[in-house]
Design a protein around this ligand. Structure first.
Ligand code: HEM
Length: 100
């Protein structure tokens, strides 16, 4: 089953020293990977735990290769919990169908 992760949890994990990023409403744990990232660890640290903006645009704007997108899947840990316009969490399962 796909884990639904609230934004607060993403923020908390980053405060605790992990590096979780959000791309296309999916949550990735790049704690170990960041040291190996060809674009450097700092860009990942700068965007970690952020939601507005999250890492989506930055990731796509770089024009990452197919290999990079394939690699991304290795770090997928869940789908971001949906929020309404007042950013209050809605407790419901995401419709996204992804394989973990
Ligand atoms: C888990 C997420 C990510 C993965 C797996 C990943 C992977 C990679 C890989 C494999 C490359 C080498 C070039 C390529 O194959 O495209 C790369 C380069 C790069 N990435 Fe990422 N990346 C991630 C997230 C990000 C994010 C969020 C940013 C920006 C905030 C970023 C910025 C860059 C930059 C600036 C380069 C260097 C481009 C160059 O100098 O040629 N990456 N990344």
């Amino acid at each position: 089953m796909t884990e639904v992760i609230p934004l607060e949890q993403v923020q908390l994990r980053n405060k605790e020293g992990q590096t979780w990023i959000i791309i296309d409403r999916l949550v990735y744990n790049v704690t170990e990977f960041k040291a190996e990232h060809p674009g450097g660890a700092q860009v990942l640290l700068d965007i970690a735990g952020k939601s507005m903006p999250d890492a989506t645009q930055a990731f796509h704007d770089i024009g990452h290769s197919g290999d990079a997108k394939e690699l991304l899947k290795k770090f997928l840990i869940g789908v971001l919990e949906e929020q309404d316009s007042e950013t209050r969490p809605i407790r419901r399962r995401a419709k996204a169908c992804i394989l973990l």
